[in-house]
Design a protein around this ligand. Sequence first.
Ligand code: MN3
Ligand code: MN3
Length: 350
Amino acid sequence: MKKNRQYTGANWNVPEDEFTQSFYEQNLSQFWRPEDIAMQADLNVWHILPKNVQDAYAENLQVLTFLDTYQGDIGMPVVSRSMPEDMHQAKSVLNFMAAMENAVHAKSYSNIFMTYMSNEQIDELFVWGEKNEYLQKILDIIVGHYRHLDKMTYQRNYNMQNVNFSQLEFEIAQYKAMVASVFLESWLFYSGFYYPLWFYGQGKLMQAGEIINLILRDESIHGLYVGRLATLLYENFDRELQEEMKKFTLDLLEELYEQELLLIEQIYDKVDLSHDVKIFVRYNANKALMNLGFDNFFDYEEVNPVVLNGLNTETKTMDNFSMKGNGYQKMKSEALADDDFYFEKPAINR
Ligand code: MN3
Ligand code: MN3
């Protein structure tokens, strides 16, 4: 039989680049399962919360559910597929991340819903998400970049005769999808994270807060990793194209920010926190830009200390492993520290 394709195996003996194997280690060492966190302890607090508070809390988790769903189903797999065929290590890290998004993160939000709410309330909540103009618009923008890249990937792989774009054009689409991915991971999640952290920082709804912290720890390395891949592409672009991509990035930021503000007001006005959440969101938009190698866009503002308090420090993270009660001893991973989320240095050295 005539061989028409050269297959290659994943050879972990030879690192593909300077960072992928570190991200591999970090990702696997912080693996967890939704069922590791028992939710029942939150119920006595949940049931005495006023309806407007419950609504805002549930709506936030619904936003997070939708983002994680698409990041798992489309975002990560598309970026993975777009990588050169022999970059098996990068693909494995991206595929692992993809599996976390839906199978662990989205599933965890559902576990919270199943604990706190009735079936009828859960059904209504999903309809709320499906009908939410701003959430749908945000997904449309992000997923649009994923779909565009995916079409080109398929054309490149399966329809060779009709490829009417250059390698550079492909890399531009790839870069744009990675920027969208970093914005989702390192920025857009944070309006939703705010409220669970705000409770957790005050010692309330602690089990849900533990879940949010585990998810946040994952998202932070996802954003860093895809940011590194994006930066590699960017460094190979010429000056002019770099300027163009920087403009694309800032335009995308503004386009998403406009929808974010509307979504935040819709969810948080009823609990008087919109102003505060917007600060947190601008703060994290700067973090996302940093992951892509760009300067801050928004001026520095002080984030609510209660929310910062809600972020697990290393000690608290270790506590929460023992809190799970089913002896997750293999998790000896080094927890990310506060400054991995909030200051200049990425968690994994460049
Ligand atoms: Mn996720
Ligand atoms: Mn993620």
